[in-house]
Write a protein that binds this ligand. Structure first.
Ligand code: GDP
Length: 298
């Protein structure tokens, strides 16, 4: 129920447009396909993905001798699901010690997402430690501290301007001492200086390899859904800097362009793990491709 409410804007956008063409066209012709293409691209599903979906759809329409536009609806939904299928989404972080690096530019909702994730893990019985390794922004650590308090988890902070690596190092010691399950590490989001960013992430990688050998590794990138294609571009750039294992797509509640979740999976091959659907601590949902497409189109 909540999934659908968080997607209301995207849903209204896509569904009303689609219904208007499924019901408005009396036959399946070039105009029909053209309008369908426009709707899919406008909802930020992505140009390449849209083309593939339409190619498949056209073939299936021919093969099955489909005549009525409304009969395309089920086929369209199935094709979208197939395009975005990566076989896995949110991971349960069952019994392994894990370190999750949180990556993303400022303002996308990184701090909020760390707080929400920490709370969710904690509620699932995990012992969580936060590392405030975005030492670049003065307010970042304080803001993260507030979320740590809200989620009732531990946080390791360094002095302002201190080395992110040393904060991570201390956080790993703390996680080991406390026998923590999950270490969530904030990072600075300086995409405009790719070389620095890459080096910093590499350095954090090395510290984890050395000090916390054998733990499960995740690098989550946080993207703001309201920025549409810009979010896709950011993901592409970060992907060049490091191995991104998952996406947290925020502000889905405020966006009519939630189709970006489909583009991220189909065009970049990175699984969306969670979506943010509000500003409160429990407004984070595990992402499931099938549920998502169902919520959007049905
Ligand atoms: P950061 O700079 O990336 O750490 O971003 P913040 O975590 O400080 O978030 C920036 C703003 O986005 C804040 O006002 C958050 O409340 C808001 N925000 C974050 N996630 C969501 C979300 O899923 N939905 C909505 N509506 N707002 C969000």
């Amino acid at each position: 129920k909540k999934l659908v409410s968080g997607l209301t804007k995207t849903r209204n956008n896509i569904v009303s447009n689609l219904n208007s063409i499924f019901n408005g066209f009396s036959s399946i012709d070039d105009d029909f396909y053209e309008e369908l293409e426009e709707i899919l691209i406008m909802s930020d599903i992505g140009v390449n993905t849209t083309e593939e979906i339409l190619d498949n759809l056209k073939e299936q329409v021919k093969e099955n001798k489909i005549k009525e536009p409304i009969e395309c609806k089920e086929l369209l939904i199935k094709n979208i699901e197939e395009q975005m299928d990566l076989g896995e989404n949110a991971y349960d972080f069952e019994n392994e010690k894990s370190v999750i690096l949180m990556i993303g530019v400022n303002g996308v909702g990184k701090t909020t997402s760390i707080g929400k994730l920490a709370s969710q893990f904690k509620n699932n019985g995990k012992k969580v430690v936060l590392a405030a390794a975005d030492t670049f922004r003065a307010a970042a650590a304080d803001q993260l501290k507030e979320w740590a308090n809200r989620a009732n988890v531990d946080i390791v902070m360094g002095a302002e301007g201190s080395d992110p690596g040393s904060v991570l190092y201390d956080a790993i010691s703390s996680a080991k001492n406390k026998n923590a399950d999950i270490l969530l590490c904030d990072t600075a989001g300086r995409l405009h200086n790719k070389k620095n960013l890459m080096e910093e992430l590499k350095k954090l990688d090395r510290i984890i390899e050395k000090e916390y050998n054998g733990c499960r590794r995740e690098n989550f990138i946080v993207l703001d859904a309201t920025t549409g294609q810009n979010a896709l571009a950011q993901a592409r750039q970060f992907k060049e800097c490091t191995d991104i294992t998952g996406v947290i797509l925020t502000k889905m509640d405020g966006s009519a362009k939630g189709g970006i979740a489909i583009a991220i999976q189909s065009e970049l091959g990175i699984p969306v793990k969670y979506i943010g659907v509000g500003e409160q601590i429990d407004d984070l949902q595990k992402f499931d491709s099938h549920q998502f497409v169902e919520a959007l189109f049905e």
